[in-house]
Design a protein around this ligand. Structure first.
Ligand SMILES: NC(=O)c1ccc[n+]([C@@H]2O[C@H](COP(=O)([O-])OP(=O)(O)OC[C@H]3O[C@@H](n4cnc5c(N)ncnc54)[C@H](O)[C@@H]3O)[C@@H](O)[C@H]2O)c1
Length: 362
């Protein structure tokens, strides 16, 4: 079996938390090069991993002969140029979400990857939560019936702390919308189908975070109509005081259809709640063990905190798709679809009106 050399561009929080431990479990995979524009961060990552090939310039890394795949984990503004450089060099690309600053840029990345015939993946990490994988399976096999509603609520308490590049429009594109709601927009697409039109509101409550100006949303809400007639209501906030953060805070998805309702919450990673027509309330069901990890994943489900370790399956999905020459899921197409919704939400909020979501032609 071929061996896959990986270069990681961006050695900050998510690389240390998800990508390095995830790649360490992948078969026939070696991280061969690291890049970070910040020399100190790069040096720390090189010391921690023992990886010798490093550069502060991605151009010196992505084209290397010993690199077959590139993981992009940098601020959003840099995703498209790094991805296009890697794709042009014929490398497979896993890019963090949101994959671009806007829909046009995301579609450009998708088309470039398709034209080069390389694997392309969007890091919609929460698709790999066991309960979400089982829910997607139930929906795909018809358990929902006719879809009526998608509902999602992401509530965290980030207070007024400084968020670095995340609070600067020209670096991040959007605030809470791209940072948190993009994952839930992807849930909506993968469970219900394409969103057709929407009305949205984005609001910033805190203009200065610990002395640094913020020009992006802390809160967002979207009401949407799907192409199949279902409706959506999605809300996400950084200012839900007292709600805590990360997987210890509220991350709720409910879908209602003619045959069933399902409730998913990230922290209940091995459970779903189910409602049946005429039922007296929701019942809790346990996820079958075969959904605890992606088929073929080398991860031992008994090792580590399950609220952390499901993330490692994302890297396995990328590497397995490369080794087996099959499409990744979620792909850049999924990333671009979510970006279309985000563009429409920003426009709707600005214009105070319903907006059509750009369609992604196959
Ligand atoms: N999938 C998820 O669940 C998830 C979670 C957190 C972050 N993210 C995404 O991952 C990306 C990175 O987030 P983070 O939290 O790791 O941020 P971070 O600020 O901790 O790390 C980003 C790193 O990129 C480096 N960098 C900046 N510009 C660069 C360039 N041009 N070339 C090389 N390196 C550069 C920075 O020096 C920094 O070390 C963002 O797109 C974010 O939205 C995704």
């Amino acid at each position: 079996m071929a061996s896959i050399g990986v270069a990681i561009v961006g050695c900050g929080g998510i690389t240390l938390q998800n990508h390095l431990p995830g790649l360490a479990l992948c078969p026939n995979t070696k991280v061969v090069a690291l890049c970070d524009s910040d020399a100190g961060t790069l040096q720390r990552a090189a010391q921690q991993t023992g990886i010798k090939v490093t550069s502060t310039k991605y151009e010196e890394i992505v084209g290397r002969d010993d690199v077959q795949a590139v993981i992009i984990a940098t601020p959003n503004v840099t995703h498209a140029p790094i991805a296009l450089a890697a794709i042009n060099a014929g490398k497979h690309v896993l890019c963090e979400k949101p994959i671009a600053l806007n829909h046009a840029e995301a579609v450009q990345m998708l088309r470039a990857a398709e034209a080069k015939g390389v694997r392309h993946m969007t890091a919609f990490t929460y698709r790999f939560v066991p309960a979400m994988r089982y829910l997607a399976h139930l929906v795909k096999t018809g358990a929902l019936g006719t879809p009526y509603h998608f509902r999602s609520c992401r509530l965290q308490d980030w207070g007024d702390r400084a968020l670095g590049w995340r609070q600067v429009a020209k670096l991040a594109g959007s605030g809470e919308l791209g940072d948190m709601l993009s994952h839930r927009i992807d849930f909506a697409h993968s469970l219900i189908g394409r969103m057709d039109r929407l009305v949205a509101s984005l609001k910033r409550f805190i203009d200065v975070r610990k002395g640094q100006p913020s020009d992006l949303d802390d809160w967002v809400a979207i009401i949407s109509e799907f192409a199949n007639g279902a409706t959506g209501a999605l809300e996400s906030s950084k200012l839900a005081t007292g709600r805590n953060e990360s997987w210890r805070s509220r991350d709720y998805v409910e879908i209602n259809g003619s045959d069933a309702s399902f409730v998913f919450a990230t922290e209940r990673w091995n459970e779903l709640q189910v409602g049946k027509p005429g039922g007296l309330g929701l019942e809790t069901i346990t996820i079958p063990r075969e959904f605890f990890k992606v088929p073929g994943s080398p991860r031992d489900i008994a090792v580590g905190d399950p609220l952390v370790t499901f993330r490692y399956d994302q890297n396995f999905e990328f590497i397995d798709a490369i080794l087996n020459q099959r499409p990744c899921s979620p792909s850049f197409a999924d990333g671009a679809r979510a970006q279309g919704v985000m563009d429409a939400a920003i426009l709707s909020s600005r214009e105070h009106q319903w907006v059509d979501v750009p369609d992604l032609k196959p």
